[in-house]
Design a protein around this ligand. Structure first.
Ligand code: HEC
Length: 122
């Protein structure tokens, strides 16, 4: 669906560039909790690498990155009740960091998250 009408090599280039920018966003805004290996921290911070939550709830994950989360969420069978604060990132930064986390460590995602996808949740 995301691929229709798009030139694949353009998509790859855009995606690669977005992932590279997303790596910077991750280092500054996410790594201290979710860790450089994306595995999070013990009982406090959920993993992003191999997270079933992330892949089953991509839209909800965009919202979490945008607005934070004070709900209990279950990641790989484990309940997390710590809060995540809103990040105050731009739509572009959120799209970039989503593309980074969806395609890093053991994660890989065929599609691409665009600024427009993120904007839809404002
Ligand atoms: C201060 C620590 C902290 C920071 C910084 C942080 N998170 Fe989180 N994150 C959490 C916690 C805690 C949860 C679980 C929230 C809950 O239980 O409601 C979470 C949940 C998530 C989830 C959904 C659950 C999962 O593991 O798949 C995603 C996706 C996510 N964070 C991505 C990010 C991204 C991307 C950034 C950087 C832009 C970021 N987080 C920054 C602490 C943090």
């Amino acid at each position: 669906m995301l691929l229709s009408g798009l030139n694949l090599s353009t998509l790859d280039n855009n995606k690669d560039r977005s992932i590279k920018r997303g790596a910077e966003v991750y280092i500054f805004h996410c790594q201290r909790c979710h860790m450089p290996d994306g595995l999070g921290g013990e009982n406090l911070y959920p993993p992003l690498s191999g997270s079933d939550y992330l892949f089953n709830n991509i839209n909800q994950s965009i919202k979490i990155v945008m607005m934070g989360s004070d709900k209990d969420i279950i990641v790989n069978g484990k309940t997390h009740d710590m809060d995540m604060e809103a990040t105050y990132l731009t739509d572009k930064e959120i799209a970039d960091v989503m593309n980074f986390i969806l395609n890093s460590w053991e994660n890989s995602y065929e599609g691409i998250i665009t600024e427009e996808n993120v904007e839809a949740f404002r």
